[in-house]
Ligand binder design. Structure first.
Ligand code: AHG
Ligand code: MN
Ligand code: MN
Ligand code: MN
Length: 335
């Protein structure tokens, strides 16, 4: 009914965060403000993406190489700067660390009071930018521990259990924001005419098993034999279907909703794989666990991995409980 849809339109993101916590507690106020800022970053990036093909100098490469050894796209830089600009004005965030910056970015004017750090992947799935396909942004918020006087950000070298909020924005046919603050997983859809993210699904539960397997099979001969054996098992078993878009945010979103498993295993040359712990695998692991799924390196829960450096990589097997267990069993027992 019209009344029901009006009620729904009133559950905005910042309202929802407050409802999950004790509305007047300082942490509720902080988290609500932080999520509101992430939503603003998402809106700015979504707007830019939707017009990118119409503007000069927005698509393509910058000619630079980032700390990951990847060719940087103009869109990576734009989105990275959006988060900086947005959080400069939040008052709450003292440091930002992202895929596109070798060292954390400090906002000194926020530092005495701003006790939070934002870790983020500004554009996930960069290879999709110039061809108008789905992209994402990934975020994770931690409380700053200690003073970090020498700017070494050593307190960030802690497990994913330290995250107090995490999620992603998916730039697809519509823009969605999915988040957790440790009280389930909730999705919001951007209504462009209102400029607001409106609640679309509360307490999302991932199915225990699903048909999708999502992996770049081009790496088949670079993998360990156990992963090859798992893929051979999938090929000879009925009921599996392959889906891989090149942006883990969209691939994992599909798995969250429909069930299944996403894998980015290590290779013989690069045993840690490609994906980075602090702003890719740990935040997505937090979301998927909160939805009742699992995320592992194959040997260790992703949320227990303690990184040795900011840009540390981990293998990732994430999704429905039964499907993750199956991959794990191939890695650990060979079948
Ligand atoms: P990013 O664009 O942030 O560097 O991350 C891309 C990641 C991930 O989104 C995707 O699943 C994977 O890299 C794709 O890598 P391959 O092309 O090696 O499959
Ligand atoms: Mn990249
Ligand atoms: Mn990424
Ligand atoms: Mn990226």
């Amino acid at each position: 009914t019209a009344e029901r849809s009006l009620d729904r339109d009133c559950t905005t993101l910042s309202r929802h965060v407050l409802q999950q916590l004790q509305t007047f507690s300082p942490q509720a106020q902080d988290l609500s403000a932080l999520m509101n800022r992430i939503a603003l970053a998402g809106k700015l990036i979504a707007r830019h993406l939707s017009r990118a093909g119409l503007m000069e100098g927005v698509l393509g490469f910058t000619g630079e190489t980032n700390v990951q050894g990847e060719s940087v796209k103009k869109m990576d830089v734009y989105a990275n700067n959006v988060f900086i600009a947005v959080f400069k004005q939040s008052g709450l965030v003292c440091r930002l660390a992202s895929e596109e910056m070798e060292n954390p970015y400090y906002i000194p004017e926020n530092c005495p009071i701003g006790r939070y750090t934002l870790l983020y992947d500004p554009i996930d799935g960069s290879s999709n930018t110039d061809i108008n396909l789905s992209l994402g942004s990934i975020f994770s918020i931690r409380q700053q521990e200690g003073e970090d006087l020498d700017g070494s950000a050593k307190d960030l070298l802690a497990s994913g259990r330290k995250q107090i909020a995490a999620g992603y924005i998916l730039y697809g046919p519509s823009t969605m924001l999915v988040y957790t603050i440790g009280r389930g997983v909730h999705s919001f859809t951007l209504d462009p005419s209102l400029g607001e993210f409106i609640l679309t699904e509360e307490n999302i539960q991932i199915p225990n098993h699903g048909p999708v397997y999502s992996v770049n099979e081009g790496n088949f001969w670079q993998w360990d034999e156990s992963i090859r054996e798992y893929i051979r098992y999938v090929h000879r078993t009925e009921g599996y279907t392959a889906r891989y878009s090149g942006a883990m945010v969209s691939d994992i979103h599909r798995v969250l909703i429909q069930g299944g498993v996403f894998l980015y295993p290590g290779t013989v040359q690069k045993p840690e794989g490609k994906l980075r712990l602090l702003y890719e695998t740990a935040p997505l692991a937090y979301v998927i666990e909160q939805a009742g799924g699992r995320a592992t390196t194959g040997h260790e829960n992703i949320l227990d991995v303690i990184p040795k450096k900011l840009h540390q990589r981990t293998p990732l097997i994430i999704g429905s409980r039964e499907d993750v267990a199956k991959v794990e069993s191939f890695i650990q027992n060979g079948h």
